[in-house]
Structures are given as structure tokens and as C-alpha cells.
Design a protein around this ligand. Structure first.
Ligand SMILES: Nc1ncnc2c1ncn2[C@@H]1O[C@H](COP(=O)(O)OP(=O)(O)OP(=O)(O)O)[C@@H](O)[C@H]1O
Ligand SMILES: [Mg+2]
Length: 284
């Protein structure tokens, strides 16, 4: 269950309902890490009834791999490719690695992506989810945004989620996803973790009601701290320190590896670093 997000869900519901009726559109959810963007996407798609859902999630190691995100979102509907005009079909097949060649025509590819999504929207409409857009490879982002700007007469809702201020060009409707409203955050701590209102309010203030931080901190406090019988630790295990205890419990080699994984977008590089560290070093 989601606390305190009725306004955001209302907006998503509207976009989806209009798409179901043939007036498609796109919306961007924007907020910091842990704000609840993915949770909102899940809630929205679950409310789409019989509409088809296609989904892709940008991942950092694939952000420089052209068409990686497009491959993920379109793979389930490649069976409809033959319904596309031949030049568009060829362009999409080449981008997905299903055929050699394609002359790299960005327009044909983008038009082909829109046509394929339109095919996939029959019979009950389509919700196309693009999560973690900040890590979607630029070639996929180009084609997906081209489609997002041309949904007016389609039965398609495109829902984007993006962290921070990364641009999502040409999608006019943005829903900011801030921390939870204070009362909802207090309710979440009370009902999920049995935290009394005074302690809950203190935690809410310190976390700016970021739902990920609320849950993680509640999980790390002792029953006595949660019940208000003992004071909260100072500082709370929050912000940059949130996962500090877990990291501190790792071996030196595993910490080094976690650091490499945190800064290197290249999965191959991380795997090569792993090869250099023996299993003994990692568990020592
Ligand atoms: N409104 C809410 N009520 C209760 N729990 C929530 C709410 N929103 C998010 N959560 C929980 O908080 C955690 C973080 O949410 P989520 O993964 O959706 O964040 P996010 O904005 O997608 O973060 P990221 O930018 O890292 O992808 C999840 O465990 C989720 O279930
Ligand atoms: Mg997310």
C-alpha cells in the first residue's frame, strides 16, 4: 500500500484513462532516489485493468549500449513487426539486432517504434513504462521521446520516471515526487513499525519523509528506540550513512569492489576487477 500519494496517482489515472479512450499522452515522474517513483509506476500500471503493459528500466552499465532500453521494451511485441511499413520494420529489426544493416536512419527507427507501440496497443490500450530514464541509452531515449510526443490519437500512455534534474525533452507534463506529506509519513511509521507519533514525527523531519529512508531507518532502530523508551541515536543512520553499517561489515576487498561498482558504469570493468580478487579475499 502507498501512503500519501493520492494526488500523484490521480494524475497518472487521468493520463491512463484518456489513453484508454484514444487520447494518449505522456507524463514524467521526477524525484530523488527513494522518493517512490517506481512504486508509483507499479501502482499506476496495476490500475490499468486489461491494458497491455510494456516496460523498460534504464540501468547504468547499459547507458552507453545503443538500443539496450528499446530492446527491453519492444522484445515482447516483435511478433507484430511484420505489420509495419517495410522501411520502418527494417529499421526496428536492425536496431533490435534481428537483422543486419539498417542504414541508421533515426527518423525511420523512431517512426517504426511509434508504429510498433500502436500495433501493441490493440485491443485495450497500452501503458509503456520507462523507469530510471536517466540511465536510458541516448539512442533509445531519442526514439522513445519521439513516440511520446505523438500520442494524441493513440491508445497509449507513456510513463517516465527520472531521478533528479536529468532532462526528459519534450514531455510537457511533469509530476514532482517529493517526500511524503508529513501526516502520511507518520501514519506509515505508526502502522508499519508501531512507532508512536512523537518519535515518528522526529524521524519524518530528519528524513524529509523520503519513503526509502523512512523504511530503512525504522528497520535499523531497536524496539526500545522505536517505542520512544530510548532516545534516537544521534545522528540517525540516514542520508549517506544509510548503508554505512552494511558496507562496514564487508571485507576490505569487497568494499573495494563495491566502490568500483559504484563509480564504474562499465560492467566489463567491474567483472575484470572481480576476477583479480579471489573468493578468499572477498569473504575475509
Ligand atoms: N508512498 C509510499 N508508501 C509506502 N512505501 C513507499 C511509498 N513510496 C515508496 N515506498 C517504498 O519506498 C522504497 C523506495 O521506493 P522506490 O523504489 O519506488 O523509489 P524510487 O523513487 O523509484 O527510487 P530510485 O530513484 O532509487 O529508483 C520502496 O521500498 C517502496 O516500496
Ligand atoms: Mg526507482
Amino acid at each position: 500500500m502507498l501512503y500519501g500519494r493520492s494526488a500523484e496517482i490521480g494524475t497518472l489515472d487521468e493520463v491512463i484513462a484518456r489513453a484508454r479512450d484514444g487520447s494518449g499522452g505522456a507524463v514524467v515522474l521526477r524525484g530523488e532516489a527513494g522518493a517512490g517513483k517506481t512504486a508509483l509506476l507499479d501502482a499506476a500500471t496495476a490500475r490499468g485493468g486489461s491494458m497491455r503493459v510494456l516496460r523498460t528500466t534504464g540501468v547504468e552499465p547499459e547507458s552507453d549500449l545503443a538500443f539496450a532500453a528499446l530492446h527491453q521494451v519492444l522484445w515482447p511485441v516483435t511478433g507484430s513487426l511484420d505489420a509495419l511499413p517495410e522501411p520502418q520494420c527494417d529499421a526496428v529489426r536492425a536496431a533490435l539486432g534481428l537483422a543486419a544493416g539498417g542504414d541508421g536512419d533515426r527518423y525511420l527507427l523512431a517512426a517504426g517504434v511509434l508504429s510498433l507501440l500502436a500495433e501493441a496497443s490493440a485491443p485495450d490500450g497500452l501503458i509503456c513504462v520507462v523507469d530510471d530514464f536517466q540511465w536510458v541509452d541516448p539512442a533509445s531515449a531519442d526514439a522513445l521521446l519521439f513516440a511520446a510526443r505523438r500520442l494524441g490519437t493513440e491508445r497509449i500512455a507513456m510513463l517516465f520516471a527520472v531521478r533528479g534534474d536529468a532532462p526528459v525533452k519534450g514531455v510537457p507534463l511533469t509530476v514532482d515526487v517529493p517526500g511524503l506529506p508529513g501526516a502520511a509519513a507518520v501514519e506509515m511509521l505508526e502502522s508499519r513499525h508501531g512507532v508512536p507519533p512523537g518519535v515518528a514525527q522526529e524521524i519524518v523531519t530528519l528524513t524529509r519523509a523520503n519513503p526509502l529512508a523512512l523504511g530503512e531507518i525504522a528497520a535499523r532502530l531497536t524496539p526500545a528506540q522505536l517505542a520512544g523508551r530510548e532516545p534516537l541515536p544521534d545522528p540517525l543512520p540516514g542520508g549517506a550513512r544509510l548503508f554505512g553499517e552494511q558496507v562496514a561489515a564487508l571485507s576490505a576487498a569487497a568494499r573495494l569492489l563495491a566502490l568500483v561498482a559504484a563509480v564504474a558504469a562499465d560492467l566489463g570493468l567491474v567483472l575484470r576487477a572481480t576476477d583479480r580478487l579471489s573468493a578468499d579475499q572477498l569473504s575475509a
